[in-house]
Design a protein around this ligand. Structure first.
Ligand code: FAD
Length: 361
């Protein structure tokens, strides 16, 4: 078996998951280079800011839907078998209001809110709520079991899994994608570079994808216990505002969200939006504060992250740039965790196909 050197650019959930999947090949020597690493909180680094949960939104037949479908078994396995990874199962409620269907948030959550959602036979305990159980103003609702990931535990766990498997991780800022080939830890050039740079794929030399854009998400992290993970199809505060509640595993607090502000690069929390988020979450889930209103929320911190959106969804493709084979794996929008293993497996296939082709020549 010939040895293959591979450099992955990026240590977000997509880069680390891809490196981990590649490291299972005994003949692959994998280096990860990244500007930001788990432990950093930066507006250029989306992964720490995510909830993160598994709420599928991919339209059947798209890459995203396949990646989401292929990711669930591994998240389920980790959740069941690896307590220290920081993932737990959560009872989940999805509420739909017909009036949200054509709003930005309603379109984002369209597949998630369907009574005949494609994942109804995949996620455990899927059921449609009877009309008698619907809160006022809600037209339909579904319930199922999903997971919530504590990103502050899970990202370092991924780093640990990579290191244990022999991956070398180092800090570097890459200005051109092909330059990463020369950053392999062996000192020899990498035969393949995997580009997991998220939103930065818009400005990375040799890539400069003009269809990448941010969708700003603002959150409040609190100590209160919601009891259940819940989301609703929209709000009365604007078409790009959202309401979702999820409790992170192992003491990670509860995430209250949010919004989906396309094109906004603003890194600072908006205090007025924070108030609206807290009010909507307590309205949706009064048990958060035992019926005492938002004054009884115990705030840990406010946060803002930029979802790395791409017009046509995640890009997993191979391309030769400046004589270096590159496998792209970026543009995972608001679904980088829930599509991580499916997308990494697709990138792995492309790496294998490049190496096979090289061996043939
Ligand atoms: P990033 O995490 O941004 O990582 C990019 C990496 O590339 C970093 O290490 C960076 O330093 C590196 N990099 C970039 N350019 C260079 C360069 N030139 N040189 C070297 N390194 C470079 N997803 C879910 O699945 N479920 C959720 O519940 C969820 N909730 C979210 C809530 C919010 C508020 C936000 C903001 C996002 C949420 N997401 C969720 C989306 C998820 O966070 C993203 O899809 C995911 O983090 C993208 O991961 P990534 O690895 O592609 O990018």
């Amino acid at each position: 078996m010939t040895t293959a050197n591979i450099t992955v650019i990026g240590a977000g959930v997509v880069g680390l998951t891809t490196a981990l999947v590649l490291s299972k090949h005994a003949n692959f020597k994998v280096t990860v280079v990244a500007k930001h690493m788990p432990g950093d909180y930066d507006i250029e680094y989306a992964s720490p800011w995510a909830g993160a949960n598994y709420l599928p939104v991919g339209v059947p037949g798209t890459n995203l839907q396949r990646f989401e479908r292929d990711t669930w078994p591994e998240l389920h396995r980790i959740c069941t078998e690896v307590a220290e990874a920081g993932i737990h199962f959560q009872d989940t409620l999805i509420y739909k209001r017909e009036k949200d269907v054509h709003t930005s948030t309603g379109e984002w959550l369209n597949e998630l809110c369907k009574k005949d959602a494609w994942f109804r036979d995949i996620l455990p305990n899927f059921r449609i709520l009877p009309a008698s159980e619907l809160p006022p103003g809600i037209d339909s609702a579904t319930a199922f079991t999903s997971v919530c990931i504590n990103t502050a535990i899970y990202l370092p766990w991924l780093v640990g899994q990579c290191v244990k498997a022999g991956v070398i991780i180092k800090r570097a800022i890459v200005s051109h994608v092909a330059e990463a080939a020369s950053l392999h830890h062996t000192g020899e050039p990498a035969g393949v570079v995997v580009n997991c740079t998220g939103l930065s794929a818009g400005k990375l030399g040799g890539v400069e994808d003009p269809t990448v854009f941010p969708a700003r998400g603002q959150i409040v992290i609190v100590r209160n216990d919601p009891g259940v993970m819940s989301t609703i199809s929209g709000t009365d505060d604007g078409p790009d505002e959202a309401t979702y509640i999820m409790q992170r595993a192992v003491g990670g607090g509860t995430i209250l969200g949010g919004c989906l502000q396309k094109g906004s690069w603003e890194s600072q929390p908006d205090p007025n939006l924070a108030l609206r988020i807290m009010k909507r979450c307590v309205d949706l889930c009064p048990q958060l504060t035992g019926g005492k209103g938002i004054e009884a929320l115990s705030i840990i911190r406010h946060g803002v992250g930029l979802r790395p959106m791409r017009k046509d969804g995640p890009r997993v493709e191979k391309e030769k740039i400046a004589n270096v084979w590159v496998v792209h794996n970026y543009g995972h929008g608001g679904y980088g965790y829930q599509s991580s293993y499916g997308s990494a497996a697709a990138a792995e296939k492309l790496v294998e196909s490049i190496l096979k082709e090289k061996a043939r020549l």
